[in-house]
Design a protein around this ligand. Structure first.
Ligand code: NAD
Length: 490
């Protein structure tokens, strides 16, 4: 079943528990050959309004369920997701252009996100506060109501489910707008799973639309007064725009954005392990992960042996269509992205960078590419590449490595390779990122950790109890029991 790319026929938008056709469709392409994967519903602003109203109508009954009932439903979602995971893997390969192994990993991870969300249903705890008036004074967590979720294409299983699972656990209803590059694996497929698992109609709605319609449909999701919070994962440019709009409408928002992540290889690192980790961190899923290793910072004393080992490994990666499972490096998600990455390589070459490995590109493919002699005047040093290209730089001192790591507007993850954990901990305190991994590469996530970045990499945290903070309000409630005195005259 996994070997034959299928053309999909979507059932429609998913609104109020029903599959509803849109007036128009848009082409959803298979990036391995730009063939048509599906004609997807291209929603209008009024489709989005209907989805928001359906979510609003369904929210009170969902919020009123016991935590146990919500948890049982989310466990059922995990069960259905696991049973159908081969379908997801197939979709994410042929709609998203991901290598088979990435699909297997992603499918497994998502089931964990739903199980963690089920556990969160039991953890919406508040606090009892001291009161000068001897009241019973409490801070309680309450759902916000309707949460709008906007998700990216690069991990359409993980990043979409991470955006909404905790919101559902907290008792909210959701309207999801997936990426126009993965409207099925990041959107309507989720609707099929949640419908089959028995999530009540209207609690989860999916509205797909084309790039041409996204500004209008997205605006409705952010501006509609019934939507109380936005959960966004995507680029910094769009995230800034969305956070600003949320600010103008005084809405909560959690935005997880881009990265320009470094891996630092110190002189006492295990070079074999570091080279293998770098090969994965730089090139897995064509470098299209927000946490991909985009800058490799190597101590000058181990630069030559490390680079030899790293390039030897990179040379074994095969690039080509994902229908051949031997290809670890598939296409970039679309022609626009492939051209953007090629332009970054050309800009670096024109400004004096050396292509130490790779450098070729064709159709939507870019082979694993290692650039050395990179300077900060090159776009590749500053811009998020989101492609299988790494910029390598050497350093002499710890302080230099920290400065090179921090020389970016982004702040998502950093990685440090050293035999000295004390030294790594000391350095971790000085790196301007939301996450630091010692003796591993940058791509790490678990459903129970506070995942998120600083600087232009985002605001807010996903995962575990931190997700509850993103998708609930704190309400202060007091019980006056006769001790309160008012000024004389009142
Ligand atoms: P993108 O910003 O182009 O799109 C993200 C989502 O925003 C899509 O659903 C898109 O349709 C929607 N969108 C675009 N314009 C909009 C508008 N005007 N109003 C409402 N919605 C709008 O990002 P992408 O290309 O899908 O994803 C890649 C980016 O996401 C990279 O920068 C990557 O680093 C980032 N990312 C971050 C994380 C993280 O956790 N920090 C994880 C994955 C990806």
């Amino acid at each position: 079943m996994l070997d034959a790319p299928l053309k999909r026929t979507p059932k429609g938008l998913f609104i109020g528990g029903k599959w509803v056709p849109a007036a128009r469709t848009f082409p959803d392409l298979n990036p391995s050959d730009n063939s048509l994967y599906a004609d997807m519903p291209d929603a209008s602003r009024s489709d989005m309004t209907r989805a928001i109203e359906a979510a609003h109508a369904a929210y009170p009954a969902w919020a009123a369920l016991t935590f146990d009932q919500r948890a049982q439903t989310l466990l059922k979602v995990a069960e259905v997701w696991e049973r159908r995971k081969e379908e997801f893997i197939h979709a994410v390969m042929h709609e998203g252009g991901g290598w088979y192994g990435k699909g297997v990993f992603e499918a497994g991870f998502v089931a964990g996100i739903f199980r963690t969300a089920a556990a969160l249903c039991y953890q919406s705890v508040g606090e009892v506060l001291p009161s000068a008036d001897h009241k019973v004074s409490m801070a309680m967590r309450v759902p916000v109501g309707v949460v709008g979720v906007i998700s990216p294409w690069n991990m359409p299983g993980i990043l979409t489910s991470r955006g909404y699972a905790a919101a559902l656990a907290a008792g909210n209803a959701v309207v999801l707008k997936p990426s126009e590059d993965t409207p099925y694996s990041g959107g309507l497929y989720h609707a099929e799973v949640l419908e089959e698992a028995g999530v009540p109609p209207g609690v989860f709605n999916v509205v797909t639309c084309s790039r041409e319609s996204v500004s209008e449909v997205g605006d409705e999701l952010i501006e509609h007064p019934l939507v109380k919070a936005i959960s966004f994962t995507g680029s910094t440019a769009v995230g800034r725009h969305i956070a600003a709009k949320c600010g103008a409408h005084l809405k909560k928002c959690c935005v997880e954005l881009g990265g320009k992540d470094s891996m630092i290889v110190l002189e006492d690192a295990d070079l074999d392990k570091a080279a293998q980790a770098a090969n994965f961190g730089c090139f897995m899923h064509q470098g299209q992960v927000c946490m991909s290793t985009e800058k490799l910072l190597v101590h000058e004393s181990v630069y030559q042996p490390f680079m030899q080992k790293f390039i030897d490994r990179a040379a074994k990666l095969r690039t080509g269509p994902v229908s051949d499972k031997g290809n670890h490096i598939g296409p970039l998600v679309n022609t626009r992205q492939a051209k953007r990455v090629a332009a970054l390589i050309e800009d670096a070459k024109a400004k004096g960078a050396t292509v130490a490995h790779g450098g070729r590109y064709w159709d939507n493919f870019v082979e694993p590419t290692v650039l050395t002699n990179v300077t900060s005047s090159m776009n590749i040093w500053n811009d998020e590449t989101f492609g299988p290209v790494v910029a390598v730089s050497s350093f002499r001192t710890e302080a230099e490595a920290i400065a090179l790591n921090n020389d970016t507007e982004y702040g998502l993850t950093a990685a440090i390779w050293t035999a000295d954990e004390q030294r790594a901990l000391r350095m971790a305190g000085l790196l301007e990122t939301g996450m630091v991994h010692v003796n591993d590469q940058n791509i790490n996530d678990e459903p129970v950790v506070p995942f998120g970045g600083v600087k232009a990499s985002g605001v807010g945290r996903y995962g575990g109890r931190w997700s509850l903070e993103a998708f609930t309000e704190l309400r202060w409630i007091t019980l006056e029991r006769g001790g309160r005195h008012y000024p004389p005259g009142f």
